[in-house]
Design a protein around this ligand. Structure first.
Ligand SMILES: [Zn+2]
Length: 410
C-alpha cells in the first residue's frame, strides 16, 4: 500500500478528495498530508446548495489533524471556490473542517473531550497547542452550542451572583433548577444583568416561569418584577443565602464576644470560629465535646447559634401556615435576644417575609443547585491567575451549559 493510499484510509478522506502527497519529517516530528480533487469536480454553493463548476482555488491552507503515532499531523489543501449566480464567489464547505477553523473536525472533537476532563493549560500541553488556541477551541465549542440551543424557558429559575475576579467584579448566573444547567451568564449583578436574560423571551414564554430562587438582592427582585406577572408570589428567597446571613451574624457575635472575653483574660472562645459555622449534624466528631461545653455555657455566641439553628426548621414544614407560625415565633425570639447582629438579620428577613413564605408554594432552592455552585467555584479556581471574565464565562457555559459542543459536519 502506498503512503498516500494509507493516509487516505487513516484520515477517512472521501471522494471527490484524495491524498496526493505525504511528507514525513522525523526531525520535526510531523507528517504533512496534501489532499486534492480531480479536475472537473463540481461543488455546491454553501448558501443555496446549487451545484456549480469550480471558479478558482484559494491559497493553500493547513489544518491541524489528529496525531499519527505521536507525530503532529497537518492536512493541506487549496479550498475551491464557486461563483454562484445568487451568492457570488464563495468558498465551498470542506468535509474535514468547519469554516474558519484551523483544526479538522476530528481534532476539535478530541480537544473538546480533553477540555472536558482537564483545565485549559493541561489541554494545551497534552495536545501541543498554544494556550490561546485551547481557549479558541473552547470559545468555538461554546458558540456552536449556544447557537444550537433551543430557546426553552425553565419552570424553576435560579439566579445567583458569583465573584468573577478580584474585588467587586461579579457575574450573574441564571440556572435551570430542574435540569441543573447554567442557562445564561451576564456581566455584573445589576438589574440590567438579569433583564438581559428575560429579554430573550416573549411574554408568553416568560409566563411559563413558575418561580425564581434568589438572594435578597434588590436589583434581581426588581428585574423579576419588571418581567414576570405576579412576581411577588414567584420570588423565593433562597434558603442557602438566608442561612448565610444568619451564619454571618453568629460570627459577628462571636468576634465581639471573644474580644470582650479576651480583654478579661478569658480564652474560652479563642479558636472556635469554625465550630459555630457548622450546622449541628455536620460538626466533626472530634470537636463535639468542646462544642457541647461551649453551648452549655452562658455565652452570647451560643445563644446566637441556637437562634440560627432554629430558623433551619422553617424549611422542614409541610404547610405554609405552620411555616408562617414558626417564623413568627422565631422572629419574636430573635428580636428579643439583645444581640444586635442577630436582631438586624432577623429584621432583614422580616422585610422579605413574602419571599420566604413563597417557598411553600414552590419548594425550590439554589441549594438544590449546590452541585452547580461548587462546580462554578472549581472552574473559577482552575482559571485563577488569568483574571479574565470572558474566559470564566466561557468555561461556565462549556462545563455547565448542557450544550451540544461537538462540530456536527463531517
Ligand atoms: Zn448560492
Amino acid at each position: 500500500m502506498r503512503d498516500t493510499e494509507l493516509y487516505q484510509h487513516l484520515l477517512g478522506v472521501v471522494a471527490p478528495w484524495t491524498v496526493s502527497k505525504v511528507e514525513l519529517s522525523v526531525q520535526d516530528g510531523r507528517v504533512d498530508v496534501w489532499v486534492e480533487h480531480p479536475r472537473g469536480t463540481r461543488f455546491v454553493c454553501p448558501e443555496c446548495e446549487q451545484e456549480l463548476s469550480v471558479y478558482d482555488h484559494s491559497e493553500e491552507r493547513a489544518w491541524r489533524h489528529l496525531d499519527s503515532c505521536a507525530f503532529l499531523t497537518f492536512l493541506h489543501a487549496h479550498p475551491p471556490r464557486v461563483d454562484c449566480p445568487a451568492h457570488g464567489v464563495r468558498q465551498v464547505q470542506l468535509p474535514w473542517a468547519e469554516t474558519h477553523s484551523r483544526f479538522t473536525v476530528l481534532f476539535e472533537r478530541l480537544a473538546i473531550d480533553v477540555l472536558t476532563e482537564c483545565d485549559v493549560a493541561a489541554t494545551a500541553r497534552l495536545l501541543r497547542i498554544s494556550w490561546d488556541e485551547a481557549w479558541h477551541l473552547m470559545d468555538r465549542a461554546v458558540a456552536r452550542g449556544l447557537a444550537a440551543k433551543p430557546l426553552t424557558v425553565p419552570a424553576h429559575v435560579g439566579v445567583d451572583e458569583k465573584a468573577a475576579g478580584k474585588g467587586q467584579d461579579y457575574i450573574t448566573v441564571v440556572s435551570d433548577l430542574d435540569a441543573g444547567t447554567v442557562e445564561f451568564v451576564a456581566d455584573e449583578r445589576r438589574q440590567a444583568s438579569l433583564d438581559s436574560y428575560f429579554e430573550k423571551f416573549t411574554d408568553e414564554q416568560l409566563a411559563q416561569i413558575q418561580a425564581v430562587a434568589m438572594d435578597m438582592w434588590e436589583p434581581f427582585a426588581a428585574s423579576v418584577r419588571a418581567h414576570l406577572s405576579d412576581a411577588d408570589n414567584k420570588i423565593v428567597f433562597d434558603r442557602y443565602h438566608l442561612m448565610g446571613y444568619l451564619t454571618k451574624a453568629v460570627d459577628t457575635v462571636r468576634k465581639q464576644e471573644n474580644k470582650a472575653l479576651s480583654a478579661a483574660g478569658d480564652k474560652s472562645l479563642a479558636g472556635s470560629k469554625y465550630l459555630w459555622l457548622y450546622s449541628a449534624e455536620n460538626l466533626p466528631e472530634r470537636h463535639q465535646d468542646r462544642f457541647a461545653a461551649l453551648r452549655a455555657g452562658d455565652l452570647k455566641t451560643a445563644r446566637a447559634w441556637a437562634i440560627k439553628e432554629s430558623l433551619r426548621h422553617f424549611w422542614s414544614y409541610k404547610r405554609r401556615g405552620w411555616g408562617a407560625k414558626h417564623f413568627k415565633r422565631w422572629y419574636f425570639w430573635a428580636t428579643h435576644c439583645r444581640l444586635k447582629p442577630i436582631i438586624e438579620a432577623a429584621k432583614t428577613l422580616k422585610r422579605h417575609e413574602a419571599g420566604l413564605l413563597s417557598y411553600f408554594a414552590h419548594r425550590i432552592t439554589n441549594a438544590g443547585a449546590e452541585g452547580l455552585n461548587s462546580r462554578i467555584q472549581a472552574i473559577r479556581v482552575s482559571a485563577r491567575g488569568y483574571r479574565n471574565r470572558e474566559h470564566f464565562k466561557t468555561a461556565i457555559y462549556f462545563h455547565l451549559g448542557g450544550l451540544q459542543l461537538y462540530p456536527t459536519s463531517l
